[in-house]
Design a protein around this ligand. Structure first.
Ligand code: ZN
Length: 95
């Protein structure tokens, strides 16, 4: 049972050496392992959450358009919450 040690190691994409997985920076070349992940998170923040395509209300929209869009948006959110709940139920019963 030597696996415990290996779980704390990860291979550096830059120099291909095994380095301490708990450290974000490679001990050999200084490559930042989490940089790609962090950049992806930043991108998602900038673009908004693309996984839930809820109708967007723009500041430039006319007032009547905002009034029309609001209930649709609320309905969509309720629908997604329901779908999420159903997925949760189906996975809960599958086990
Ligand atoms: Zn490295």
């Amino acid at each position: 049972m030597n696996n415990d040690e290996n779980t704390h190691l990860k291979r550096c994409k830059e120099c291909n050496r095994w380095t301490d997985g708990k450290s974000a920076i490679c001990a050999y070349c200084g490559h930042d392992h989490d940089k790609v992940y962090r950049e992806e998170v930043e991108k998602r923040k900038l673009n908004g959450d693309v996984s839930v395509p809820v109708l967007k209300i723009n500041e430039s929209d006319a007032l009547w358009l905002k009034i029309v869009k609001k209930p649709i948006q609320v309905f969509q959110l309720i629908l997604y919450a329901l779908i999420g709940f159903l997925i949760y139920l189906s996975t809960a019963f599958a086990h």
